[in-house]
Design a protein around this ligand. Structure first.
Ligand code: G1P
Length: 277
């Protein structure tokens, strides 16, 4: 429900908040495409229809831009609607992330799939999801993005237990995981970040998953059940993650992404330097 970003998210879904000039859902879609994903499923819900409009043709806007000869802007607008093959599924009740993923079961079918939580915006080259798909292909097991979180902040995440891989220090062999543990109960400093490459078996396990932390059906609990049957790896991705669902995280992402945009990076750098801090 985007409560961490109120009042901006009273009417606008958090996925539609702009990071520089693109809604954060678009960064997620672009990362998926750049990672080789061909079919994108967006789980929506009540009040989130703006996402469907965003990725659809905008006839009035496009016709106006064409009439006015604004070819560059027209290309931007059309480009968004032609980005990808996107399907939408509505989650009728907010029963948890595991339940949201389960809503895509029929559309995904019996093949491996990836999950992106778009409020985790990750700046990486190659894209975080591509790095993970490579690990999936190489190791033949589900892969969860992880990063080390020091201190009590770990309680906001799913946390892994297991051991570092002997060959590749970025890989963590998972034996267990727990959603939002108390700091003193956290089994490690390896926090799950919002990127997953999963085998379809997780759907059947999610169907049997009871509500967990916060009374919600947790994806972490479904993957814990998966780890008892199949290999599951944590993967410390190369790149920088921003929590764009949080006001401070969005501010950090805004500054860093703006500094990477050639059209105003220089001007923005000069502006920041001129601030009396
Ligand atoms: C979700 C997951 C959690 C994960 C986090 C990453 O939590 O349930 O395991 O660590 O995303 O951002 P949420 O942030 O939706 O509460």
């Amino acid at each position: 429900m985007g409560t961490r970003f109120l009042p901006a998210t009273k009417v606008i879904p958090k996925e539609m908040l702009a990071l520089v000039d693109k809604p954060i859902i678009q960064y997620g879609v672009e990362e998926a495409i750049a990672s080789g994903i061909e079919h994108i499923i967006i789980i929506t819900g009540r009040g989130k229809g703006a996402m469907e409009d965003h990725f659809d043709h905008s006839f009035e806007l496009d016709a106006t831009l064409e009439r006015r000869g604004k070819t560059e802007l027209l290309a931007v607008s059309r480009g968004v609607s032609m980005l990808a093959r996107i399907s939408y599924v509505r989650q009728k009740e907010p029963l948890g992330l595991g339940h949201a993923v389960l809503c895509a079961k029929d559309l995904v079918g019996n093949e491996p799939f990836a999950v992106i939580l778009p409020d985790d915006v990750i700046d990486a080259d190659p894209p975080c999801l591509k790095q993970m798909i490579d690990v999936f292909d190489e190791r033949g097991g589900s892969v969860l993005a992880t990063m080390t979180i020091e201190g009590p902040g770990i309680s906001a995440y799913g946390v892994l237990s297991g051991s570092q891989d002997a060959e590749n220090p970025r890989i963590y062999n998972c034996t267990g995981m727990v959603e939002k543990p108390k700091f003193e109960d956290a089994p490690s400093k390896q926090a799950i970040i919002g990127r997953y490459v999963l085998t379809p078996r997780v759907f059947e396990l999610l169907e049997q998953t009871k509500p967990g932390a916060g009374g919600e059906i947790q994806l972490t609990d479904g993957i814990l059940a998966l780890a008892k049957e199949q290999k599951v790896f944590g993967y410390t991705f190369e790149g920088k993650r921003f929590d764009a669902g949080d006001k401070f995280g969005m501010l950090q992402a805004t500054v860093e992404f703006a500094l990477k945009r050639p059209e105003f990076a220089e001007k923005f750098r000069e502006y920041l330097k001129g601030l009396e801090l």
